[in-house]
Design a binder for this molecule. Sequence first.
Ligand code: ADP
Ligand code: MG
Length: 592
Amino acid sequence: MSVPSENIPVTATMHSTPLVLRHLPYFLAAAVAVFAAATMSFDGYILNILMQATTFAIAVFGLSVVLGLCGQINLAQAAFFGLGAYAVGLGTADYQINFWICLVAGSLLALAAGAFLGMSTLKLGGHYLAMVTISFQQIVTLVMINAIWLTRGPDGISNIGRPALFQSQQSFLAFCVAALALIGYIVWHLPDTRIGRAMRAVRDNELAAGVAGIDIFRTKVMAFALSALLGGIGGGLYAGGFSYVSPDQFSFAESIVFLTMALLGGVASPIGAAIGTGLLILIPEWLRFLKTIPGLYLAIYGLFVILIVRFMPDGIWGFVQELITKWRARTPPHVASPALQLVPAKTGGEMVLEVTGLSKHFGGLKAVDKVDLSVRRGGVHALIGPNGSGKTTTLNMLSGLYKTTSGKIVLDGTDVTDMPAHQRTAAGLGRTFQNIRLFRSMTALENVVIGAERPGNTLIGEGGQDALTQRAMSALTFVGLGGRANELVSSFSYGHQRLIEIARALAGNPVLLLLDEPAAGLNSSEKVELHDLLKRIAAQGLTILIIDHDMTLVREAAQHITVLNFGRRIADGESLAVLQHPDVISAYLGTE
Ligand code: ADP
Ligand code: MG
């Protein structure tokens, strides 16, 4: 079953320049910024503004991760920020502990709180997360105000220490700018890493993410914990920068300010976060001259924010980025991709899928009722039946989206009945959906790369990003869309989106491919293309279980047919015999 990775020579040219060289301009710019922060002469007022912007931006980066990348709300970023700040404040002022130790402790405290909060609520829906984060925020504020013995209460903490190396406020600012640049770099590149892509997939389409092999819960918890960690780091630096903290700086209102900064600049990228943070700190300063006329200041400020959100729903940077993506889509990637190889693993016996006594009851409705199904390795097996006969429900149980009421599912020798969707995908299942489920904010190539990342895809091995990109390009080329790899999926026709979905499944080199009505909604020439594609897939030895209503396609492509009616299996066997079966004709074919 194991396939040596030499089968896919890594000749991709996309990322051939060494990492350090490619990102040299960024680090040069960062060095200039740090140098400027260290040497320019600021008055105390400007210094404070810069200090605030720098430390806030680190916390807002956290929101880029959790909300922008992963789509999970966090209304307690000021609380995580406060945990970091109080750890540094209390540690250095009250207990004379070294600044760095306090910073690390505060950041880890925030990380742990974030991970705990995430693990306890992320299994539930979005509203719960919003409520729990608000509650957590309120608890932290209450403790800061009322646990006077520990936190010194409303008076706050003064005389907070800085590290020996950066005793002056300005040298400490230079250090914070360096930290911001480093963290910004990491957050900036996160979306193109495996975990970052997983986060985006979860945000775009949770169901499809699970089926593509992503552990949804773990991904969400990681995003949430990372966000809290960045909040804690920002807060710790903030405390060192200002030498004074008090509870009102970490209230719920501040969490909303952080959120607004992220949304305003563009939540999907740290560049947006930096823009939003800068604007929201600077605008009030620019508008100071209006403060003599009460009310006008707030009105103009509010109008500004509303205008941006109205005309740039993805924030300022999101708006810019859309233009860039449109421009980049015109240049297809230069990746030399070999012809797609499908080398399905083989651990079980002659049958790649063995289902016995499968049932799904929705209340009183027996959508699927004691169905047996055996799919022979290699070839095409069709599952047909009238609308509502339980075909999609069967597929959903096979891929783990529905829990079975009863029955047993064995995939390639492994009992997968109790596994969640992503583990079944790791075990070798690939599927497409009746109503297309692509990751809408991503390009065709990115969608397919996620498929290639399927845990258990033996073809990728340790090949890294280049091998993944190459595998994805091969799959896209296989379905005929290689030239449009860099376009957003929303710019593809319905038929082509189906092909991208199939490419995503194929890139993972599955053992069994489940296709739910792939021909639905296609015009006649697209149907011919699809038919050809199925033949080419089957020719490589990949087993296909297909649901379709197109009898011509089923008759020509499938060697074996199972027929469902009212959730029960009414016929099963070799194609020609099944299609002539009197029950099948009366239940299905006769009504056409
Ligand atoms: P098919 O794909 O064969 O057209 P389905 O499997 O989608 O049929 O549906 C089988 C039956 O189960 C239908 O009567 C449908 O209304 C019902 N059903 C499917 N999913 C659900 C659900 N989540 N909740 C309740 N009933 C459902
Ligand atoms: Mg269906």
